[in-house]
Design a protein around this ligand. Sequence first.
Ligand code: SF4
Length: 748
Amino acid sequence: MDMATQHHEQRLFFSTGARHGEGVDAIDGLGLRPALLARYRDLTRLRYDYPLVLVGRGPGAGTLRSLSSVVDEVLQEIAPQGIDGERLRKHVLRLEREVRVLLAGGAAGRLTELWAEAAPRLAAPGDPSAEGVLKHIAEKLQLDGDVVDCDRAMPARVLAHVWGGAQQRKAAAFRTTVDRLVIKLSDILRAAFIHSQAGQRPDALRASLGGTHRDAFDFSVMSRLVARNVPKDELPPARRRRIEDALAVLKSQPFFPDPRLAERPGAPASYGFRYDNCAAAATAYRERLPKLAEVVKAISIAELEADGAYVEARHDAFFAHFDDRALSADDIALFPDYLVCVAADRADAPENAGMMDMLSAGLPVKVLVEATDLLEEASVGAGHFAFGVRQVRLANTATGLGGVFVVQSASSNLYALRERLAKAFAHRGAGLVSVYAGAGTVGELPPYLTAAAAMESRAFPAFTYDPYAGDNQAARFTLEDNPQPEADWPVTPFEYADETLQRVVEETPFTIADFVLCDTRYAGHFARVPRERWDDAMIPADEWLARDPKSVGDAIPYVLAADPDDGLQRVVVDARLMQMVARCRTFWHRLQEQGGVHNSHAEILLAREKAKWEQARAKEQDALKAAAAASMQAAVAPVAAPVETAPGAPASAPAGAPVPAAPARNPDEAWIETARCPSCNECQAINDKVFKYNDDKQAYITDVKLGTYRQLVEAAEACQVSIIHPGKPWDPNEPGLEELIARAESFQ
Ligand code: SF4
């Protein structure tokens, strides 16, 4: 078949998606994956961020750890350095892998449980020592918690864990305040009781004394003696009522109830703060606001009473009208945040609208939205991609609401973003975490790889918007968690053997077309071209996109793929998919601008400033040239003939002395353009015997032999106007001459 015919077939496929003739093979069932993912066939053999340990006890409770980091820590503690610890290290690393295998097979549990399950699987029949060693190490584990793999359910579990950690910290601070106030108010009431008639009754006196002394006293007599002139109640009724009311509210508040009472009968009720939809969370928040205001009021009254600072004339009226309208952001920040995990199948338009309302109102709520299927064929325009517009752009829209902390990331990257997540959950106002969990595609890739491919290809870029990180967009918005954020597509070295078995390394981009190749539903947008039909008209998809559409001509874009035997394949992409890739690249460019990468305003400004700077520099150089010419004329004009310089005489003459004409100067001798010296003193600071000023306070060289060649070169480098010319060294034995001569070259 001639080249024109085979190219016609590729061209037809590109334009219409139809396969006619040979050389544009369907890829269904070929098991192709992007070439850059070829080496990740078995994730259990890799040490990477997953699985995670949701630390529930021990150091760092409420945080996330990767299994690998826990294992590394254990090894550092127990395995001796060098060869002695090698056997132990091997056992433990095999156990780590075994835990990965267990999880990949569907196992679940806490780290200590999975460790115990994995250890016997590693025992060799003739050598059960490994199991014993590993069980012994398990006892040394400082921390424990559920272990989760990077699967569909992971983002919700991880975020609930991080949220729980943040709530525990809030609860501890809240309980410290409330417990202190409860003790203070109770003390006031107790003291008042002791000083009251009721407190002086015989039974009250008996109860107030320790058991060993009870029989030594006649409490009836004592009561008659001490009860004289005792007030019925030393607390005025209004104050007593105020303190008792505040105490009752603090003891029964359902936001962070006293955990010590949880098991007791009649323990105060406790609110829940986890929801699966925004409407329910917003309703709960609003319904509870009056109760929240009541608790804030009780705390405020208790603080005043504890300090003896409550002034009825001033405070009564204020607290009489205190309700939820009086709450400040500081007040609300004391209380729990709400967590809403919106299931992917509930993230429809009404839910998203409710979420935007809730976020823009600044409620103390953290929302997890999971993007599932990033790739959707649009309902209109058959075969055109809509590309999961709602999910992908939702988080970006939320950055415009003001005050909302937004984190977007693929699930594969959540561990790397743990600090940002912790910050988002510590944020006082509303927060949105948008995660793509690697689900939704149909193909052989595990969720971790699918999620990583989405982020790598810019199909689901990571970004963070922290509304209080600074007063400008550059401080608040960052794209830095993406690979190579300044590029259209990240580029990675890809190594393979060509048909002659020679090693080839190519810088290979990972585009959205590569990501779509992972999803077998869209196999119709690709066609494999057998190696014998590869030609120059096929160009990599990134290169095709980078070309001007008018000059792309008949070129056909392709991506590199690997088959199950790791054979390298070229797969051409049709025009409809390439349109979607171009649209996504445009969206990525917009994000880059938001993140200050290739910002068009900044680039225009920079170009303008650069042009100004170049103009100014050109003017300056012209002025310098003119000054040099004038100086040369001044030096030459009064001299009728060149004057020989006596050996040992100054290489540059002092003012008024005869100056050799330029053509007569020996290029091997050091000299200074004395007339141009602005007297900065740098050369004299290096050697004030070699460099002296003339009567006009301009530098000249006295005798190079009063110093070293190194000093001449250093002076030339230090001179602000580059007028010192070091010439050649006078002492051939000076150390380091080769290097010094090279440095002097640009000053001769
Ligand atoms: S370093 Fe240059 S400008 Fe400064 S005094 Fe010496 S010769 Fe003049």
